[in-house]
Design a protein around this ligand. Sequence first.
Ligand code: IPM
Ligand code: MG
Length: 361
Amino acid sequence: MSKSIVLLPGDGIGVEVIHEAEKLIDCICDLYGVEIKTEKHLVGGASLDASDIPVKDEVIEACKKADAVLLGAVGGPKWDNNPPEKRPEKALLRLRKDLGLYNNLRPVTVFSSLKNASPLRPEVVDGVDLLVVRELTGGLYFGQPKEIIEKDGEEVGIDTMTYTVTEIERIAIAAFEAAKGRSKKVTSVDKANILASSQLWRKTVTRIAEQYPEIELEHMLVDNCAMQLIRNPSQFDVILTENMFGDILSDEAAMLTGSIGMLPSASLGDGTGMYEPVHGSAPDIAGKNMANPLATLASTALMFRYSLDEESIASDIEAAIAKVLNAGYNCMDMSRHARKVLSTSEMGEKIIETLKDIHAA
Ligand code: IPM
Ligand code: MG
C-alpha cells in the first residue's frame, strides 16, 4: 500500500537534515519494498520570502491529506524583527493547531557510549531513558486574551494560561498509554501551588490515573522537576506536562544527552502526525554540511512507528543509529566525544550503509 509524506525542510540546517531523511526514505523503499510518495513545501522564513506568509493554506491542506509530515526547522536572524504574524515560528504553531497535534513526544535517551558527553557527571546520566509528553495546543501558547494593550498610560503585555478538562484528559491518557510500554511511571508536572490551570490539571490527571492501576503516578512542581532533572534524572520515566513547562523542561532534559542535536520528536493528534528534530535552524552552521542529522533520522524512525505502522522499519533505523554511535562516529556538535567526526551527508550515508547491513543480517 502506498503512503504519502509531506516534507517541510524550512530554514537553515532544516534543509540539509531533511535532505538526509529523504535519502534514508528512498533507501527504505528499495530495501523493504514499501511505496512512499513524498512532496515538498515551503514553511517558515522560506515561505515568508516566497509568499510573505509563514505557511500557506494549501500547504496546511496538503499536510492534512498526507499520512505524515516531516519538518526540518524554521527561523533565522533575517526574520527576527518581523511582527508576530510574520515570524517563521508562526508556521509551526499553525501546523500544530490546524492539524490538532496536542500530543508531543520527546524521548531523551543517553547512549552508553555517550555518557561522557553530558555536562553532568557520567554516573548521573548513565542509563537515562525518559519521555517528555508535552501538551502542544493549549496553555500560554494559545490562551486568549493574548495581546499588548494600553492601560493607565502604559503598555501591558498579556498571555493567558487556560486548560479545559477535555484538553487535560486526552494528554493524560496519551502519557499513561505511553508509560504502559515503558517503566510504568508517570510524573505529572505542574505548578498547582499557584496556578488554577495546574490545580485542574492535577485533579484531572489523578482521576485518569484510576483507569491505569498498573502505572505509578506522582505529581511534581515544575521548579522541583527542573532541579530533579539535574540532581537525579534516572528517577524519571514519563514526564507529563503542559505546553510551556514542556518546552522548557525538554530543552533541559536534552542536555542530559550532551547535545540537543540528537533529539527527535513526534507530534500526534487525531489526524496526520508531524515529526521534527527538537533543535532549531542553527543559522550559524547552515549550509556548511556540519549539522547533525541524527535527530531528524530518529524522527523519521518515529514516523514509521506512529504514522506508517511500520514498527520493524522504525526499530531498524534506531538500531542503525545506536550502532553508528557505539562505533564512535558522530558529528561536529559531539566532536569531543567521537573517534571519527562526520559531516551531515557522511552521517546520512553511514546510517544508510548500516541499515543495509542490519536488513541483510
Ligand atoms: C519547540 C520550539 C518551539 C516552541 C518554538 C520554535 C515556537 O521551541 O518546539 O520546542 O516553543 O514550541
Ligand atoms: Mg522549545
